[in-house]
Design a protein around this ligand. Structure first.
Ligand SMILES: C[S@@+](CC[C@H](N)C(=O)[O-])C[C@H]1O[C@@H](n2cnc3c(N)ncnc32)[C@H](O)[C@@H]1O
Length: 357
């Protein structure tokens, strides 16, 4: 009998633990909602047991792939365990304290409770909302401190495994630039939020130049705190709108964008993709990850339809019916492929090299 692979066992146990913790949290918070604010309960459809089986099997495939790709050396195994566990533990009670105000927001359909001190002229109107009913929208340190934990709970501990699905296409896409020293390769992460995706990319590409933009200065502050605490060569972070990326044409070899498109109105979605095309060098790659959509995952349509009833996601219903491939083509991308991993769809697209133009 072979040696048990302890790291694999530890990873599987961690994922199981995160999954159970996420479920327990959701069950407890639903009970509390029933007791304390029954009229804030959203009208959702029950999840049939057949669908639950499909969810579990899809999660298991994701976990298997995440391990396999670490074994293949696409990213270090340490990434599978990397999270600020102590900080998350300390912040967890804040999620409970914040919950009643999110219920009230849902009940009274208050979706624009943004801190009064912010200068609204610095943001597009669609951004000034309480996405997910979260307190302050994306515009406070409090919101930024809770965000990662909330996402972990939402996806039962699979958020990073889904984000890591961009690494393989990113590595293949960057092969075009293999002749260049790694230090001269620039990868920009759009809507980088609290920096989880940048951390995954850094693990896979220790030497490249990493950059991140986001509209929220508070989320970038959280990203900077998190990334600096990892003590690695890190990223340049800039507050900017992804519809107007503050970099010159053809200045990046690769762009990534994770979980942004579903939070944009349709026109802004195309604007962002157009901007990504503009700043990528010909021959470079764009890797885009976001929610699954009705067309690729009809079996999960109940979940997608429930999602925007539970959480304030004003553009989600439009997003799940939108044709992202068409938008990529419209911008000028070629060689577009896509894959689904649990609740995430990953598109890879190439900006044609000048020779092919
Ligand atoms: C759902 S979060 C995803 C964050 C991160 N990519 C992740 O994987 O967790 C959406 C992020 O997009 C940012 N965002 C939304 N609209 C934006 C825009 N037009 N330009 C730049 N960032 C934007 C928000 O501030 C937020 O950090």
């Amino acid at each position: 009998m072979g040696e048990p692979n302890l790291t694999k066992l530890a990873y599987q146990t961690l994922q199981k633990g995160k999954g159970l913790a996420g479920l327990a949290h959701k069950q407890l918070s639903s009970k509390l909602l029933e007791l304390l604010a029954p009229d804030a309960i959203p009208e959702t459809k029950a999840i049939p047991s057949e669908l639950l089986k499909k969810i579990r099997s899809s999660m298991a495939s994701l976990e298997k792939l995440d391990w396999q790709e670490a074994e293949q050396g696409l990213y270090p195994k340490s990434q599978l365990f990397d999270a600020p566990w102590l900080e998350w533990a300390a912040r967890y009670p804040l999620i409970w304290l914040d919950m009643p105000s999110t219920w009230l927001r849902r009940k009274y359909k208050k979706t624009r409770e943004i801190p009064s001190k912010i200068n609204k002229e610095l943001y597009p109107d669609y951004y000034l909302q309480n996405f997910h009913h979260q307190t302050d929208g994306y515009l406070s340190d409090h919101s930024a401190e809770l965000y990662d934990l909330q996402v972990e709970i939402l996806f039962n501990g699979t958020a990073d495994s889904m984000r890591r699905r961009i690494i393989k296409p990113l590595k293949s896409g960057l092969k075009t630039f293999l002749h260049k020293p790694q230090g001269s390769i620039r990868i920009l992460d759009i809507a980088t939020g609290t920096g989880r995706t940048l951390m995954q990319i850094r693990g896979a590409f220790p030497e490249v130049e990493l950059l991140g933009i986001d509209l929220s200065g508070e989320y970038l502050r959280q990203a900077s705190h998190f990334l600096n605490s990892r003590g690695k060569k890190f990223a340049q972070l800039i507050r900017a709108n992804a519809e107007k990326i503050p970099f010159p044409n053809s200045s990046m070899q690769a762009l990534t964008c994770v979980f942004l498109l579903h939070e944009l109105p349709r026109k802004a979605r195309q604007n962002v993709i157009d901007e990504c095309w503009r700043v990528i060098e010909p021959g470079g790659v764009f890797v885009l990850a976001d929610s699954i959509q009705i067309e690729d995952s009809p079996q999960f349509s109940v979940i997608m339809e429930d999602f925007h009833k539970i959480f304030h996601e004003p553009y989600y219903n439009d997003y799940i019916h939108d044709n992202i491939k068409e938008k990529l083509i419209k911008s000028g991308f070629i060689s577009i492929t896509s894959q689904t991993h649990f609740m995430t769809r990953v598109w890879t697209a190439v900006k044609p090299s000048n020779k092919a133009n």
